[in-house]
Design a protein around this ligand. Structure first.
Ligand SMILES: Cc1ncc(C[n+]2csc(CCO)c2C)c(N)n1
Length: 193
């Protein structure tokens, strides 16, 4: 299939609450979030949201925050993608304005790992090093590791970094970008942060 030129961004993710009431936590997090600015579909494995980048990141953060506000240990993993939409079902959401609809600024510690895959870009390693350096400048860098980089801090700082990294790693010439994230919140490993 040909890659399209739609500016649409997508995020396919799963929440894995470490709690007996995982069904209520997953459904609650999705329902408490204003998702009206994105196209969304949930199935038995994951949920996908698609639309303008600003709304996709805002909705992703709000769903993560709403799940974490239960106080339970939450794992979230997902893939952001841009530049190869495959279908146009969500394109109508590109007409939305840029004002974000979820504005809960509750603090929440997140420890996460991410990986950037700038598709077809011959200087992809420079791109990755540049974004990792930027994480260090922003104070959200945690540690280096095989196949990913550790990013941690308050959920709002972490998501701001991820959205900026996603913007920076795309260009007109190399439109197709994939970024994987894996997050942990309220983990006993975080010592009550
Ligand atoms: C974000 C997200 N979306 C869907 C699932 C899959 N899933 C697992 S349990 C459950 C509720 C009962 O139907 C659903 C939808 C997930 N884990 N996280």
């Amino acid at each position: 299939m040909e890659c399209g030129f739609s500016p649409i961004v997508g995020f396919r993710f799963s929440l894995h609450p470490m709690a007996d009431d995982f069904v209520a936590i997953i459904k609650g997090a999705l329902e408490e979030t204003d998702t009206s600015a994105v196209w969304m579909h949930t199935d038995d494995v994951s949920t996908v949201i698609r639309g303008k980048q600003v709304h996709v990141f805002n909705v992703a953060k709000a769903i993560a925050l709403n799940a974490a506000k239960t106080g339970k240990h939450i794992a979230l993993s997902g893939t952001f993608s841009a530049g190869c939409p495959g279908d146009s079902a969500g394109d109508v959401y590109l007409d939305m304005g840029d004002a974000v609809l979820n504005n809960d600024h509750t603090r929440q510690y997140v420890s996460s790992q991410f990986a950037l895959y700038p598709m077809n870009n011959p200087s992809y390693m420079d791109m990755i090093y540049r974004e990792v350096d930027r994480a260090k400048e922003h104070g959200v860098f945690n540690e280096s590791m095989h196949y990913a980089s550790g990013i941690h801090g308050d959920i709002h700082d972490v998501f701001n970094f991820y959205e900026e990294a996603f913007s920076n790693a795309r260009s007109e010439e190399y439109k197709h970008l994939v970024m994987t994230v894996s997050m942990s919140m309220n983990s006993p490993s975080h010592g009550g942060r």
